[in-house]
Write a protein that binds this ligand. Structure first.
Ligand SMILES: [Zn+2]
Length: 316
């Protein structure tokens, strides 16, 4: 990606906004920079967790000076969608997902600030280091028919993959979620997110969600408010519900025994979507809970953790 100087002005209509920005890292030490104008009206970019890893959700926060709004941004060639923070004026939030397979290293985050009257914009950049995550390993034994698929099953799986993958590119610009994301079922932890998998001795795709063991028939709730975008009965995932929470955040609920919602329906945080089951490829009753953020496969527990700054039900 091209590195853009944080201090490059982009003028519109020949007007200039005299703002100098300070980048403040949440990590040890504070870095600040001054622009050529010499005045000091700091905008701050910070993020949590301080040292994000593969599969993490990152909460980006911008404190913008008065009269300046956050128009957007970019990281890893993906758009950052900012919303005004419930924490007060001048504060803006965005969530960013680091795919579990993202190569560790230093990456540029770019934030675009705009004058309230639209007369000027300015890009500021910072560098975020993505650390490797030590994903565990799992060896499973399954009936051969569930591992070596027939030509017809392979065809079915391929079609289902295309149908599901087409969801991630559809980004609802508004934020439909409100408050911290909930763990959608009460139960015991099963396979965690990111496990490298061997099935019947063969290396397979990693585990892209987290499993929660619960008795068959336990209620599964919407982790947050949103819209039901896909309901189906899939070869691997069984009966499944996919929710769009806006701004590229999707959650999914697999292996259900019963589904209580329909496509297009709006759901509230905590609303029952269906019941725990073991449909699809499952060795016992459990919920497989998955999250996509900007198309990236991220750890659901990280989404729960990184949305605790917002209070439930619109309260500020
Ligand atoms: Zn699973």
């Amino acid at each position: 990606m091209r590195i853009v100087s944080p201090w490059r002005w982009q003028r519109k209509q020949g007007r200039l906004l005299a703002v100098v920005l300070a980048l403040v890292w949440m990590g040890p030490g504070v870095r600040a920079a001054r622009g050529e104008e010499g005045m000091f009206a700091p905008a701050q970019v910070s993020w949590s967790p301080k040292a994000p890893k593969q599969g993490d959700v990152v909460h980006l926060r911008v404190n913008a000076p008065e009269g300046v709004s956050v128009a957007g941004g970019e990281m890893l060639s993906k758009a950052l969608l900012f919303s005004p923070s419930p924490e007060g004026p001048g504060r803006w939030d965005a969530l960013f997902g680091i795919d579990m397979g993202q190569k560790p290293g230093d990456y540029e985050v770019r934030v675009r600030l705009a004058a309230a009257d639209g007369s000027a914009t300015r890009d500021m950049t910072a560098s975020i280091r993505i650390e490797p995550q030590a994903f565990g390993e799992e060896r499973l034994t399954l009936p051969d028919s569930k591992v070596h698929l027939s030509a017809a099953d392979l065809e079915r799986v391929k079609k289902e993959r295309v149908r599901i993958a087409s969801l991630w590119s559809r980004v609802t610009p508004e934020r439909l979620w409100d408050g911290p994301f909930l763990v959608p079922v009460e139960g015991r932890p099963g396979s965690p997110f990111g496990l490298k998998r061997w099935i019947n001795g063969e290396r397979r795709s990693p585990h892209t969600g987290m499993d929660i063991k619960a008795p068959e028939g336990s209620p599964v709730v919407a982790s947050n408010s949103g819209r039901v975008v896909l309901v189906g009965d899939f070869f691997f995932s069984g009966r499944a519900v996919f929710l769009d929470h806006g701004q590229g955040v999707y959650t999914m609920y697999f292996h259900l025994s019963k589904i209580n919602v329909v496509e297009g329906q709006k759901v509230a945080r905590g609303q029952v979507l269906g019941l725990v089951g073991m449909t699809g490829r499952a060795t016992g009753p459990h919920l497989h809970w998955g999250v996509r953020l900007g198309g990236s496969r991220v750890d659901p527990t990280s989404l729960v953790k990184q949305t605790h700054w917002t209070k439930a039900d619109g309260a500020v």
